[in-house]
Design a protein around this ligand. Structure first.
Ligand code: AMP
Ligand code: GLY
Length: 422
């Protein structure tokens, strides 16, 4: 099988790395990829937001399966174009991707189908939103409707802070069109876990859980980021919780999407809060998480390509996967200043030494430097260093051993990834 992975971050490196090890996969292509994916795939230049360009490429190259990494190509209709042209693609349709791309759609959908989530009001004007904030009182959460690169959510501890967030989104247009509708919702309390299920339109197959670390600094301080580190599997997710989430979240979503004419096929990433009243959905994503993919995919006890193909063909297996053995901890190395302003282009030292038998270094914001074999920083999140082990403690120690061998100017990372659980 010839597989094309769309995207160029740490998640896509993990996808390519996993797929390339499988006997059923002849070649992996990655568009645009990065210097990390170049070690396990053929990087190809391609406008991955253009449905026509991707379809023409898949046709010309004879690609058997396209795996969409990030959400933007899904929002742009790339999977619809591929499917319409008769090509196998792993990733939901543009309409089904609204579970992630519109928080207002997603919230209303959950309410229609009884999926447990925070109580909320969807507001189309700033005055409505101000009134909703007043009605809920503090603490309260303000969410811009559309994709806002992880910056659209404010968990406000005071009414003033919430009103300021409404003002920024709706009167000042800080998020452009993404903020013209907002969701105001009750603040949930509890630990947060990420739950992943492959879906084929009808059936869901749980493939693992993880915990992200979203804040920039230790002790969950500082601004929200795309994710500064992750662990898998989540020690908070046992077999009973998997069953409960499948029954109360994944299955109602699949049935609801089907009944509304927009069946969901792809990976449903359920961002859950484990509240005193049981698991509630904070958000859905319709693609693998980053950095969660870097810890979840290496733990999969089976080949990924046949599962992704089966999901795209409406034929997921009915038997559950064997449980994973061992654990993974991933530490993100970011450019100084991330998620704010930062400088990039610095040489990265120690990549080869860090990659040992029990440490895998996934590239995200990296680029080729001028010198032979030189790799430089090119983005906010630069690398995810993943340690493996029989348990979280060993995996964590190994990840940080790897981190200690890598350096670049202004390197920023959290020292407490998975610390709570060892
Ligand atoms: P999101 O972009 O939807 O993932 O939200 C970013 C973060 O905001 C989440 O990871 C949560 O930590 C927090 N959050 C979102 N919604 C709520 C809520 N209803 N109650 C408490 N925290 C929330
Ligand atoms: N790590 C969170 C995300 O991928 O959205």
């Amino acid at each position: 099988m010839k597989v094309l992975v769309l995207g160029g971050g740490g998640r896509e490196h993990a996808l390519a790395w996993k797929l390339q090890q499988e006997s059923g996969v002849r070649e992996v292509l990655c568009a645009p990829g990065n210097p990390g994916t170049a070690t396990c795939a053929r990087n190809v230049p391609l406008d991955i937001l253009s449905p026509a360009a991707v379809t023409a490429f898949v046709q010309a190259e004879g690609v058997d399966l396209t795996v969409v990494g990030p959400e933007q190509p899904l929002a742009a209709g790339v999977s619809d174009a591929l499917r319409a042209a008769g090509f196998a693609v792993f990733g939901p349709s543009q309409a089904a991707a609204r579970l992630e791309t519109s928080k207002a759609y997603s919230k209303a959908f959950m309410e229609r189908h009884g999926v447990p989530t925070a109580r909320a009001r969807i507001c189309d004007t700033a005055d409505q939103a101000d009134a909703a904030v007043a009605a809920f009182g503090a603490p309260v959460v303000v969410k811009a409707d559309g994709l806002a690169a992880g910056k659209g959510v404010t968990v406000a501890t005071t009414v003033e802070e919430a009103l300021a967030a409404v003002d920024a989104a709706m009167r000042q247009g800080s998020f452009g069109a993404a903020g013209s509708t907002v969701v105001i919702e009750e603040c949930l309390v509890g630990p947060e876990v990420s739950f992943f299920a492959l879906c084929d339109g009808t059936r869901g197959l749980p493939i693992g859980s993880a915990q992200d670390h979203k804040r920039a600094f230790d002790n969950d301080e500082g601004p929200n980021t795309g994710g500064m580190g992750a662990l898998a599997p989540s020690p908070l997710v046992d077999a009973a919780l998997v069953d409960r989430v499948m029954r109360t979240v994944v299955e109602p979503v699949l049935a609801g999407m089907r009944s509304e004419g927009t069946p969901f096929a792809g990976v449903l990433y359920c961002g859950l809060m484990l509240t005193a009243d049981g698991p509630k959905v904070i958000e859905f994503n319709v693609r693998f998480g980053d950095p969660e993919a870097q810890v979840v995919l290496p733990l999969l006890p089976v080949d990924l390509a046949p599962l992704l193909l089966a999901a795209s063909a409406g034929q997921l297996p009915t038997e559950p996967l064997p449980p994973p053995t061992g654990a993974r901890v991933g530490v993100v190395l970011a450019s100084g200043g991330y998620p704010g302003a930062m400088t990039t282009g610095f040489p990265i030292e120690g990549l080869d030494v860090a990659a040992a038998a029990d440490v895998t270094v996934f590239h995200a914001g990296t680029a080729r430097g001028a010198g032979p074999d030189e790799v430089v920083t090119s983005g906010g999140r630069v690398l995810t260093v993943v340690g493996e082990g029989p348990d979280l403690r060993t995996a964590r120690d190994r990840a940080y051993d790897g981190v200690a061998r890598i350096s670049f100017q202004d390197m920023q990372f959290r020292r407490d990834i998975a610390a709570k659980y060892v």
